[in-house]
Design a protein around this ligand. Structure first.
Ligand code: NAD
Length: 335
């Protein structure tokens, strides 16, 4: 099969954050030819090896010692691992930021660190809150001037489902509503601490700062009271601002809610997006895009994140910098 002449592969990429999603990202990339994972960082250290990282070695070192910094070949212990890695590995072409956005300004502060460092390349996040994506939008000009192509909201929701909504909208003359409903099943909440804390922050009576301050024991105690379930509706979710920015629908017509089961790998319900609109003939209809129940949150976040990273690297090589969302750019398939 012939393809358009594009990138020289494998692309050298990194992952910042090596918790649930960071480790899944390493596994997703392991069999790929288009991308080679060469760098990864966690809160206590980083590893860089231009020849490529072995996912199993990284995951078992992190499980045993709590950091990648203890790995003999290429591991470095550091309490400013992101800063040190940027300096140690200028050749990395792009990063997936699988970091907690706790506090709600953390990811924007990481973007500013990249801008200040002089590094040029592509960054992809899977941030969820509207107010977090708004901070990134404010950095648009600074990112462009720095020669960084930043893809925001590129996980599952926002991400895959927002992009599906953008595609589905094409059948309509006017969009009435976009309704995203997610079901997430994870066997144990501790595999995805940041994701679960950020979800708790949407529960009535909680906010980001309160959820961030909770100890692991407090999170476990809260989940005991709900039988491990977190049910959310009308969430502050960036799908709304992304679809508005893309000129598809006003943000108040986009709703997001769902159920997370923290004690069962099976999804409590099928994740879907429903896009309702009016066709040019005046008919009202709904397109529904439903994810397969067997696909995990990790598969539906990491796949798109690297698809957008590949698309971002193509833009970067064409001299196109600045900020883009998952609703504006088609992800590229990473072989
Ligand atoms: P996690 O808690 O499992 O892991 C976080 C990792 O980040 C850890 O390795 C930790 O050491 C590291 N880290 C923390 N502070 C750091 C620092 N200052 N420097 C370097 N590393 C640092 O996180 P997770 O559950 O995998 O979630 C990651 C993010 O993905 C969350 O923000 C979550 O909201 C987001 N997410 C998005 C979607 C989506 O569909 N858009 C879905 C799920 C999760």
């Amino acid at each position: 099969m012939s393809t358009l002449p594009t990138l020289t592969t494998p692309l050298s990429v990194g992952v910042l954050g090596f918790g649930g999603l960071g480790q899944a990202a390493a596994r997703v990339l392991a069999p790929k030819r288009d991308m080679r994972l060469v760098a990864a960082a966690d809160g206590k250290g980083y590893i860089y090896d231009p020849a490529g990282l072995d996912a199993d070695t990284c995951i078992s070192a992190y499980a045993k010692t709590g950091t990648l910094g203890t790995i003999e070949t290429g591991g470095v212990l550091s309490h400013q691992s992101i800063q040190d890695l940027i300096e140690a590995a200028p050749q990395v072409q792009g990063y997936f930021l699988a970091l907690p956005n706790l506090p709600n300004t953390f990811m924007a502060s990481v973007a500013k660190q990249f801008i200040a460092s002089g590094w040029k390349g592509v960054l992809v996040d899977a941030m969820k809150r509207t107010s977090a994506v708004e901070q990134m939008i404010e950095l648009r000009d600074d990112l462009a001037k720095a020669g960084i192509t930043y893809m925001t909201g590129c996980g599952a929701t926002p991400g895959l489902l927002t992009a599906a909504a953008a595609l589905a909208a094409q059948s309509y003359a006017e969009i009435h509503s976009v309704k995203i409903t997610f079901g997430v099943g994870i066997a144990n909440w501790e595999a995805y601490r940041a994701t679960i804390r950020e979800d708790i922050a949407h529960m009535p009576g909680y906010d980001v700062d309160r959820a961030r301050a909770m100890s692991d024991a407090e999170v476990a105690a809260l989940l005991d009271t709900t039988n491990g379930l977190i049910s959310l509706e009308n969430m502050e979710h960036a799908d709304d601002i992304m679809l508005e920015l893309a000129g598809i629908v006003d943000r108040d017509r986009v709703t997001v809610g769902g159920v997370v089961d923290t004690r069962n790998a099976q999804k409590p319900l099928s994740t879907n997006v429903q896009v309702t609109g009016r066709t040019f003939e005046g008919k009202t209809s709904t397109h529904t895009f439903t994810l397969g129940d067997e696909t995990s949150m990790a598969a539906n976040v990491c796949g798109p994140a690297f698809g957008y990273l590949k698309a971002g690297i193509e833009l970067h090589q064409r001299g196109i910098y600045g900020l883009f969302t998952a609703a504006e750019i088609m992800p590229k398939f990473v072989r």
